[in-house]
Design a protein around this ligand. Structure first.
Ligand code: ATP
Length: 304
């Protein structure tokens, strides 16, 4: 269990993490979502004791992580896969971590096998691809067989097979009763593996709920309708209180009415339809809508 209480981090005038209070429970994969610069990495670094909070607390199973002498047995983290000594081999890197955390040497071969790096175990890390570095970072997180695991953007650099493997791994770890907290700025990466979500923007908590609650609460359906008499139909639908917007190739996108009602109204006014489709907003769209106010840099900003 990870518990954050009024956790805050300021860098000069920038508040990277702003009064964050939440808990991340065992037995779940919890997605930690937010746009670039939302404060995800800073939060994860405070949980693992690499960054000191300005105020507030972060505990792992009731204790601040830095108070644990053999930390890797309590929490494992993949924070920055590039942050390893390139001249070392994977075995040497993991062996050093095992030694300083009182972890048996036999775990090194075990985790290398688990992440599929056994064949590359004695090669220099400097020659590893980004995907291999991610796998090595995951091996390091798993080394101490900890009950709490943190992963910062673990899908970066992975091919589709790697993405599937990581998702399955996270679900298995949660199934074993561990706390699995995974940051990402893409909902699409999370919707197939997380069952709970924490969403932040500009350092503040925006949502903390199950994926099912998020999906139920924020996906709006719209109806796409196509007719040679778009202007007439638009007027009919607007009179019924619908929001009607023109879309590509002469179509109308209607919200506030069901497809059945749109069809019935068109028939009642003698307007022939060439298309009538219901479309549910994707979770990615819902997430973008939720965090729109906290996006740090908008594409095209300043060019208008
Ligand atoms: N060491 C630092 N010194 C100054 N500002 C920092 C430092 N670390 C982070 N920040 C700022 O704090 C804010 C949050 O950054 P953070 O890296 O935690 O966000 P993030 O959600 O992980 O973003 P990303 O998805 O881009 O990694 C940003 O505005 C960032 O510029």
């Amino acid at each position: 269990m990870i518990e954050l209480t009024a956790l805050t981090k300021r860098y000069g005038r920038t508040t990277a993490v702003d009064d964050l209070t939440l808990s991340v429970r065992p037995g779940h994969v919890t997605g930690f979502l937010g746009p670039n610069g939302a404060g995800k990495s800073t939060t994860l670094r405070m949980i693992i004791g690499l960054t000191v909070p300005t105020s507030g607390t972060a505990t792992v199973d009731g204790v601040p992580f830095r108070a644990r002498p053999r930390g890797l047995r309590h929490a494992g983290a993949l924070l920055d896969a590039g942050d390893v000594h390139g001249g070392r081999s994977a075995v040497a890197h993991l062996s050093a971590l095992a030694r300083s955390n009182g972890i048996p040497r036999s775990r090194v071969e075990e985790v290398l096998r688990e992440v599929g790096l056994s064949a590359a175990a004695r090669r220099r890390i400097g020659g590893f691809s980004l995907g291999m570095r991610q796998r090595l970072g995951i091996a390091a997180a798993l080394l101490g067989d900890p009950p709490v695991l943190l992963f910062d953007e673990p899908f970066n650099g992975l091919d589709p097979e790697g993405v599937r493997w990581v998702r399955d791994l996270f679900r298995r770890l949660a199934g074993e009763g561990r706390t699995v907290f995974v940051s990402s700025h893409l909902m699409s990466e999370m919707e197939h593996c997380a069952d709970r979500l924490v969403v932040i923007g500009r350092g503040r908590l925006i949502a903390e709920q199950s994926l099912a609650e998020f999906a139920a609460g924020s996906t709006r359906a719209s109806v796409t309708v196509r007719t040679p008499h778009a202007a007439r139909l638009a007027a009919v639908l607007a009179a019924e209180g619908a929001d009607v917007r023109p879309a590509a190739a002469g179509a109308l996108v209607v919200t506030g009415l069901t497809a059945a009602r749109v069809g019935d109204l068109a028939l009642a006014h003698g307007i022939g339809l060439h298309e009538l489709t219901t479309r549910t907003a994707s979770l990615e769209e819902a997430f973008m809508e939720l965090t729109a106010d906290s996006v740090e840099y908008l594409a095209g900003e300043g060019t208008r």
